[in-house]
Design a protein around this ligand. Sequence first.
Ligand SMILES: O=C(O)CCC(=O)C(=O)O
Ligand SMILES: [Fe+2]
Length: 192
Amino acid sequence: MKEEFNLPQAHLIYDPDFLEPDFAKNLFLELYTQTSWIQEPIKIFGKEMMQPRLTHLFGERSYSYSNIKMNPAPFPKSLHQLKNKLENSTKSTFNVCLANLYRDGQDSMGWHSDDEKELGENPVIASISLGAERMFHLQHKTKKELKQKFVLAPGSLLMMTGETQHFWKHQLPKTKKKVAPRINLTFRQIID
Ligand SMILES: O=C(O)CCC(=O)C(=O)O
Ligand SMILES: [Fe+2]
């Protein structure tokens, strides 16, 4: 069942059953084993550290965020298929897919908004989850008491659209639980 979260100044749609379970499992295995995952350095409060996850960029454009410029590899057949399915069901177009691999509960992504200039004014972010379940947190940037937490299940699609990135930030927190690897795919449209 699709769920719409009723949050002010956000537009979020969560579909837990977007992908067939077998397709999701196979795609996880393919990407897990056949992607040249890399760990990028990031600067946090002026200190150079490694990102607590592995990443890879697929698509037609390079993409820059947090002082990292990622150069893409072409979409493999499976991701091309998934991109077509997403474009048909969301009526949007996407030219890159940022893949994140969270190896265990210590891998994470800190609070941020996907608000890079090259994503345009109100980006459509289509986020697919594969592998282990993880929690996802959202918080309003100024009304900090406004928060939302939910599980991202394997095979699910989370759409973040409209003005969401202006007013909200999100994170994929670490967990002390013993969790298997998770892959997240965020499809985005880079505008020249
Ligand atoms: O792993 C996730 O679900 C979140 C990824 C994310 O926020 C991003 O890539 O910008
Ligand atoms: Fe994000």
